[in-house]
Write a protein that binds this ligand. Structure first.
Ligand code: H2B
Length: 96
């Protein structure tokens, strides 16, 4: 399935709205590193994101070591950023 990519203007708007996220060098993803108090807090956050991801059928690329979570949001079906990544980044703000 093909999904529309965000325009440059939509991407700029998104980045202005969600603090901490930056555009990956190739422009096809946004990335952010989260740091929590400990593993329990990090994994609780990941669990909240996972429940969203399962419901939305949109899944982050992520890497966790103890209290750190590195996350990449991109839409494989769009080969870049889509409204699904924007929605997820906004939802994630509420899971912190
Ligand atoms: N997650 C992400 N990040 N990008 C996608 O394009 C995507 C996904 N596609 N999760 C979904 C699943 C697709 O593979 C299934 C079949 O709906």
């Amino acid at each position: 399935m093909t999904i529309a990519r965000l325009t440059d203007a939509e991407t700029a708007t998104l980045l202005a709205e969600v603090p901490g996220w930056t555009l990956r060098a190739d422009g096809k993803a946004i990335i952010r590193t989260f740091t929590f108090a400990d593993f329990n807090a990090a994994f609780g956050f990941m669990t909240r994101v996972a429940l969203y991801a399962d419901k939305a059928d949109h899944h982050p690329e992520w890497f966790n070591v103890y209290n750190r979570v590195e996350m990449t949001l991109t839409t494989h079906d769009a080969d870049g950023l889509s409204a699904r990544d924007a929605a997820m980044a906004r939802a994630i703000e509420t899971y912190l």
